[in-house]
Design a protein around this ligand. Structure first.
Ligand code: UDP
Length: 373
């Protein structure tokens, strides 16, 4: 894709608001397709090199047109600061539409600012519901969906959630999830994957990749200790790229630090390295949203350690959900014993997240709601 190619958005100007790693991953292809029509506003929610810069570069995206620099404040302050700064940016630039993605504070703040400035709003990855009101993300996604003029629902399950909340059909489009094209474009080939195995001192199908960053799992040291001890008991090595939030919790607690030394702890990986390892591993153990989707594309089983999930499409096929506790070791050990048949079976199941055309469907749908279209 050439970023300079004229796009389905025509001459419309579109502000794309993002602030975290998964938003860059899932908006990367949309921004490239929008080409010169797109302005990127980075809120600064996670503006460090490992979680931001390397992902912008991986997708060949330009530096953001604006960085709001809100930093890691608590939720209400962060949302408030983004809305205020975005309001100024939008009033100066008067775009034809705003795109936000997912369920972050940046997404809900982008939605609120678009609404306050009377600019049409596109919500990418719309209609996901965990029905778990303890999660701030659930509130963020509900607000963004109800403010959106165009709800881009990855699956029919998501469309049905939106309908159930009274969102009219003409505001919904089912697109697939843009994660499919993200994985397809950045999954490294066999040579790079072999090099990654050597670098991390692991063997194909004989290691686990694990990530944890959700407050419900990492903020309480007792819960985090249960998870780390369980991971340490899995009978193959566990590669553990540590999210900055989790790293801070481990750093604060000597017991957690010692327990975590039994894992192969690494800094957050760039996207290509993460996908390469995920494609070669025996299984994934995570509380991430995006990794549940990636497992269905890479055909790997994923153990989701969460109280709830907003991605029921993969439950019973690629994903099993448990709460922190002994089931983590039990289930992963059973899965290890079931290889390679388990991988062969998963390889026959299509991903529920579409065929890699979500980004182009979304870009094609934008002109119909921009002013003057
Ligand atoms: N990821 C990555 N490097 C890592 C860990 C995760 O590139 O070291 C990617 C992963 O492939 C997924 C995304 O980051 O696409 C998930 O981000 P995160 O778990 O932070 O957010 P969530 O998906 O839960 O919103």
């Amino acid at each position: 894709m050439d970023p300079a190619t004229p796009t389905a958005a025509g001459n419309k100007s579109v502000v794309v608001v993002l602030g975290t790693r998964p938003e860059i991953i899932k908006l990367g292809h949309i921004i490239r397709l929008l080409g010169s029509a797109a302005s990127i506003v980075h809120t600064g929610q996670h503006f460090d090199t490992g979680l931001s810069q390397v992902f912008l570069e991986a997708f060949g995206l330009p530096a953001p047109d604006a960085v709001l620099g809100v930093g890691g404040a608590r939720r209400g302050i962060q949302i408030g600061r983004i809305v205020e700064k975005l309001d100024s940016f939008l009033r100066t630039n008067s775009p034809d539409a705003i795109v936000v993605q997912g369920d972050t504070n940046s997404a809900v703040a982008g939605a609120l600012a678009a609404n306050a400035c009377d600019i049409p709003l596109v919500h990418v990855e719309s209609g996901l519901r965990s029905f778990d009101r303890r999660m701030p993300e659930e509130h963020n996604r509900v607000v963004a969906d109800h403010l959106a003029d165009l709800c881009c629902a990855p699956t029919e399950v998501n469309r049905s959630n939106l309908r159930d909340e009274g969102i009219p059909e003409d505001r919904i489009v089912v697109t697939g999830n843009t994660i499919v094209e993200a994985v397809e474009s950045l999954l490294p080939g066999p040579d790079r994957r072999a090099a990654l195995l050597v670098q991390h001192k692991v063997e194909q199908d004989r290691f686990v990749v694990s990530t944890f960053h959700r407050p419900e799992n990492v903020d309480d040291p007792v819960t985090l200790r249960i998870i780390i001890d369980q991971l340490a008991h899995i009978p193959v090595p566990v590669v553990f790229p540590v999210h900055p939030r989790t790293a801070a919790r481990i750093q604060d607690d000597v017991g957690l630090r010692e327990a975590a030394e039994q894992l192969l702890m690494v800094e957050p990986l760039d996207y290509e390295a993460f996908l390469g390892l995920a494609a070669e591993c025996a299984m994934l153990v995570t509380d991430s949203g995006g990794i549940q989707e990636e497992a269905s594309i890479l055909k790997r089983p994923v153990l989701v350690v969460r109280r709830s999930t907003e991605r029921p499409e993969v439950l019973g096929t690629f994903a099993t959900r448990v709460e922190p506790g002994p089931q983590i070791t039990e289930i992963t050990t059973n899965w290890l014993a079931a290889l390679p048949d388990l991988h062969l079976r998963l390889a026959t199941i299509p991903s529920p997240y579409g065929d890699g055309t979500a980004s182009s469907r979304i870009v094609a749908a934008i002109p119909r709601l921009t002013k003057g279209a």
